[in-house]
Design a protein around this ligand. Structure first.
Ligand code: TYD
Ligand code: MG
Length: 456
C-alpha cells in the first residue's frame, strides 16, 4: 500500500500543518485540526467529478431530457415516501440516528425487499460479525439469496468486493467504523469519515451503485463527523424515536430528489420494524378521556397530518423557582406561551411548576401546536377537562392573538376521519375553508381568551 501524503488542516480557517495541533496558531480555535490527504490521486469532490466527467458543453435548460429518473422501490412504503418515491440509482443516502434506534434493522429489511426483486444487494457491517448479522436476519425473517453480507472495516477491501460482486445497492454500517489505510488518523475521526465517504461516493456516481451510509449521532445531536458529509451526499435521513417507546420516525432533512419534510412512521416489534399506515390512531390509542391537561392537536409533516395528544401538568411549586419542563415541544416556546397566559388571561402561574409532554415520544416543531399548549396548560391549571372529541390548532402571538396556520383543510379532514366532533382553529383559516364535513363543528377563534371561554 502506497502511503499518500497528508496534512492537518484547521476546519475553521484552513491553516495547514504537517502535525496535529491542539490550538490553531492562526485563528486560535481549539481542537479544529483534521487530517486530510494531499495526494493528487485523491479527489474529495466525488460528486462534481462524476458530473463533470461527462464532458458535456453548456446547454439550453429547455433542451435537457430528464427521462425517467431510475428509482428502485423498496416496497416499504413509509421508507420509499421519505426517499421521495424510491431509491434513486447512483445516489448516496446518509442515515443518522442514536445507537440502538433501529438503523441496522431498517436497512437490512430494505435490502431484503430490494433483493427479493432480484436487485443484488450488499450489506457491509463494520460493527457486527457475520453471525450477529445473520441472527438479526433470522429474527426479521430474511429469505432472499441475492442479499450478500460482508464484515469488513477496510475501505480498500470494501471497494474491492463491491467491484467484484457488482451489487446495485450497498449499505455501509456504519461509516464511522470504515477506515482507509492512507490516513494515519483513527477510524471514526473526521478525516477518515470524510475520506471514506468521498471514495464511496466516487464509486457510486461512476458505477450507478446506490449506497446507504449509516452514521451514528453524537451527544451534540450532529451526525458524528458525518455532519461534514451532509453537504456531499444526496439525501440525509434521521431515524428518531424515544427508546422507551416502540415508535420510530424516519425524517428527511435533505433530499436532492424529493421533499424534505416527509416522514415515515414505524413500530419496532419482535420481528423487526413494521410500517404504521395510520399514525394518528396509534398516537391517540392510549389517550385518557376527560382528564384535565390533555388535548389533541394536529401536526402536518410533509403531506401528512398526524394527530397527537399533548399533555400538561400544572402543580404548585415547592421551590422558590418554579420549573418549566417540555418534552417533544420547544421549551422556549412553552415559556413564551405561559407568559401569554399570565399577561393576557390573568392566570397566576408564577408559583406553579409546569410540565408539557407530547405523548408517544413524538417531537413537534410547528407553531400550530401553540394553541394546544395554551389549552393543555389552562385545562390542568383550572382542573377542567377538554371534551375528548375536540381538537385545537393555531399559532399564538405575543398579544394573545390566534394566527393562521398552513394546511388547515388537511388537518380538518384527518380529524374528521378519526371521528372528532369539534375543532377550534384560527378564525382566518375558518373563513377560508370551503369544505363541508358532516358532523364536525369548525369553530374559528381570534384570541386566546376567546378560545378559553369556549372551552371552559
Ligand atoms: P439496531 O438496528 O441494532 O439499531 P442501530 O443499528 O440503530 O444501532 O436495533 C437494535 C434495537 O432494536 C435493539 O434494542 C433490539 C431492537 N429490535 C427489536 O425490538 N426487534 C427486532 O426484530 C430487532 C432486529 C431489533
Ligand atoms: Mg447498528
Amino acid at each position: 500500500m502506497v502511503k499518500i501524503k497528508t496534512v492537518f488542516g484547521c476546519q475553521n480557517c484552513g491553516y495547514q500543518s504537517p502535525k496535529w495541533l491542539g490550538k490553531c496558531p492562526d485563528c486560535g480555535s481549539w481542537n479544529s485540526f483534521v487530517e486530510e490527504a494531499v495526494s493528487p490521486s485523491v479527489d474529495h469532490s466525488g460528486f462534481s467529478l462524476a458530473i463533470s466527467a461527462q464532458g458535456i458543453p453548456p446547454q439550453s435548460i429547455l433542451s435537457i431530457d430528464t427521462g425517467e429518473e431510475g428509482r428502485q422501490k423498496t416496497e416499504i412504503s413509509e421508507f420509499d415516501r421519505v426517499l421521495g418515491g424510491g431509491l434513486v440509482v447512483g445516489s448516496i443516502v446518509l442515515i443518522g440516528g442514536d445507537p440502538g434506534i433501529g438503523k441496522s434493522t431498517l436497512l437490512l429489511q430494505a435490502l431484503d425487499r430490494l433483493s427479493r426483486k432480484k436487485i443484488q444487494a450488499l450489506y457491509v457491517s463494520g460493527e457486527e460479525s457475520l453471525r450477529q448479522t445473520k441472527m438479526r436476519a433470522d429474527r426479521i425473517g430474511i429469505s432472499s439469496p441475492s442479499l450478500f453480507v460482508l464484515a469488513e472495516n477496510s475501505l480498500e477491501k470494501i471497494i474491492e468486493h463491491i467491484q467484484k460482486l457488482k451489487p446495485r445497492v450497498a449499505v455501509i454500517d456504519s461509516i464511522q467504523t470504515v477506515f482507509t489505510s492512507q490516513l494515519q488518523s483513527a477510524p471514526g475521526s473526521i478525516g477518515q469519515v470524510r475520506e471514506s465517504a468521498g471514495k464511496l461516493m466516487m464509486l457510486s456516481k461512476s458505477s450507478g451503485l446506490s449506497t446507504f451510509l449509516i452514521g451514528h449521532v453524537t451527544k451534540e445531536g450532529a451526525i458524528a463527523g458525518p455532519r461534514v458529509l451532509e453537504h456531499m451526499v444526496d439525501t440525509v435521513l434521521y431515524f428518531e424515536g424515544d427508546r422507551g417507546h416502540p415508535y420510530r420516525i424516519l425524517r428527511a432533512v435533505k433530499n436532492r430528489f424529493g421533499s424534505t419534510n416527509e416522514i415515515g412512521v414505524f413500530e419496532m416489534k419482535d420481528g423487526g420494524l413494521e410500517e404504521v399506515a395510520n399514525p394518528s390512531e396509534l398516537f391517540l390509542a392510549e389517550r385518557p378521556i376527560d382528564v384535565p391537561g390533555s388535548v389533541v392537536i394536529s401536526s402536518v409533516e410533509g403531506s401528512r397530518p398526524i394527530l397527537v395528544e399533548l399533555q400538561a401538568l400544572v402543580s404548585p411549586t415547592s421551590y422558590g423557582m418554579p420549573r418549566r419542563t417540555a418534552i417533544g415541544v420547544d421549551p422556549n416556546r412553552v415559556s413564551l406561551l405561559v407568559a401569554v397566559l399570565e399577561k393576557k388571561v390573568g392566570m397566576n402561574l408564577a408559583q406553579q411548576d409546569i410540565f408539557v409532554n407530547v405523548a408517544g415520544g413524538v417531537r413537534i416543531d410547528e407553531p400550530a401546536a401553540d394553541l394546544g399548549v395554551i389549552c393543555a396548560v389552562a385545562s390542568s391549571f383550572l382542573d377542567k377537562p377538554i371534551p375528548s372529541g375536540t381538537m385545537v390548532i393555531g399559532e399564538v402571538g405575543l398579544a394573545g392573538e390566534v394566527r393562521g396556520i398552513h394546511q388547515a383543510e388537511l388537518r380538518m379532514k384527518e380529524a374528521f376521519k378519526l371521528g372528532f366532533k369539534r375543532c377550534l382553529l384560527p378564525g382566518s383559516n375558518r373563513s377560508r375553508i370551503a369544505l363541508e364535513l358532516e358532523g364536525i363543528e369548525m369553530v374559528g377563534v381570534k384570541s386566546v381568551e376567546e378560545t378559553l371561554e369556549i372551552l371552559f
